[in-house]
Design a binder for this molecule. Structure first.
Ligand code: NAD
Length: 416
């Protein structure tokens, strides 16, 4: 069987895609790139017998003989790297988020169109068992027309903040706005329904003690109320509330499907509750079915992160490259359907919760308005369109906060 030759950029979160590429039947891991030698060394130790090239310089890495690149570098830097890779003839798998500005969104879409390379957005939460089963039920017409849905991705990251930001004041996690990291909650609803988001109203939570202790300049919570093209509504929340939740719910014209709440101790997104009546409005309480959906090629997914979903994103990416017509990837247009609601939700927050239209970048004519829009919270990219990280103004975080986080990280490093 032909194997897709894969190189991975970013050897922290990238560990999961490195594992897939090294162990799966349809891929071969040929190169890893990270600016951190210590992370590269971990992989050298894990795979002493494999022929893997290690790079600290991305441009040199890009010359390596490979079919595809997995981007697990900083969340706000994926688009320029993806464009470099596709122009160098490689297919791209991008971790979340796809872009950080509208200018990048236009450039990324046009690069995919011009190069004809495969771009797959790695929104793994779409491939968790319950939301993926909702997709099957919805696409088979079991749920009826989409009317309302909810997505939640709540993760209190305070305990792991030293490990994922190393006390770096400039790390993207300290400088993203509340609505930025939105595709774990929005993405599954888009992948289930296939409907395009057309407008959004955004909200932002409070800045909590936890945010201040971590040095995160954003508010703790982002929320989006999104209208889809059929008039159906999605409510999405994501951020660092104290108690975690990964949860999805879809109401259609024939009933409802939802994943299990974590507090129900029923294995969360591994479990689905389907409550469907054949004819709308004839609920007699006898149609509830609770089960653990099996994924296609499920056996191989066991042992992979995020409930096995990390397996399915990579499996489908490799299959797509190999020409399997069944391969289910998230393409660049769908990636924008998942991300732009968060980007425009923050513009809504900044405008006092005014509704915002979500541009349809499938239409080349609509791209012109956004081609020079660099508005974001990254000073390196925004130029004179810099946005505050918090709607009330980017807070000044005392240096001592980052020094403290850094010292925790350094202590943890010594123990490893
Ligand atoms: N889908 C998920 O469930 C999930 C979970 C965690 C992280 N992520 C995403 O994965 C990505 C990486 O996150 P992370 O947790 O590893 O933290 P991170 O963003 O701090 O790590 C990025 C890694 O890329 C390396 N890197 C950055 N620029 C580079 C360059 N120019 N050349 C080579 N290496 C470079 C860094 O040294 C670091 O090891 C982010 O996009 C994040 O959003 C996704």
């Amino acid at each position: 069987m032909k194997k897709v030759k894969i190189g991975v950029v970013g050897a922290a979160r990238g560990t999961s895609m490195i594992k897939y590429s090294a162990e799966a039947n349809n891929t071969e891991l040929v190169a890893i790139c990270d600016i951190r030698e210590d992370l590269l060394n971990k992989h050298r130790e894990k795979y002493p017998d494999k022929e893997i090239a290690y790079y600290t310089d991305f441009e040199t890495f890009l010359n390596h003989d490979m079919d595809a690149v997995v981007l697990a570098n900083y969340a706000n830097e994926h688009a320029p790297f993806a464009i470099r890779c596709m122009k160098a003839g490689k297919h791209v798998f991008s971790e979340v988020l796809p872009v950080q500005t509208m200018k990048e969104a236009v450039e990324l879409i046009e690069c995919v169109e011009q190069t004809g390379k495969i771009y797959a957005y790695g929104e793994n939460y779409c491939y968790m068992p319950a939301p993926y089963e909702m997709r099957r039920l919805y696409r088979e017409g079991v749920l009826g027309e989409f009317e309302y849905g909810e997505g939640e991705y709540i993760h209190n990251c305070e305990p792991i903040w030293p490990g994922i930001t190393y006390g770096d004041p400039d790390h993207w996690r300290n400088n993203m706005y509340a609505n930025f990291y939105c595709t774990h909650s929005i993405g599954p609803l888009i992948h289930i329904t296939g409907l395009r988001p057309v407008s959004v109203v955004g909200f932002e939570g409070i800045r909590t003690e936890r945010d201040m202790r971590c040095g995160a300049k954003k508010a703790s919570l982002g929320m989006e109320v999104i209208t889809l093209e059929n008039g159906g509504i999605v409510k999405s929340i994501h951020g660092d509330l104290y108690k975690g939740s990964i949860w999805y719910s879809v109401y259609g014209g024939k009933g409802r499907a939802e994943s299990s709440r974590e507090d129900a101790e029923c294995d969360g997104v591994q479990t689905i509750h389907v409550n469907v009546d054949e004819f709308s409005g004839q609920y007699d309480g006898k149609h509830l079915s609770t089960y653990k959906p099996e994924m296609a090629v499920d056996g191989e997914g066991k042992g992979f992160g995020h409930g096995g979903s990390d397996f399915h994103t990579m499996y489908n990416f490799a299959e797509k490259i190999l020409g399997n017509p069944e391969a289910d990837i998230i393409d660049v247009y769908e990636a924008m359907d998942m991300f732009l609601p968060g980007m425009f939700a923050y513009r809504s927050v900044l405008a006092g919760n005014m509704p915002m239209q979500i541009p349809n970048l499938r239409d080349p004519a609509e791209r012109e308005k956004w081609r020079n829009d660099t508005a974001c919270t990254d000073p390196k990219v925004a130029g004179d369109q810099l946005l505050p990280v918090w709607s009330k103004g980017t807070p000044d975080v005392p240096a001592a906060v980052y020094e403290h986080i850094r010292s925790i990280w350094e202590e943890d490093q010594k123990k490893k």
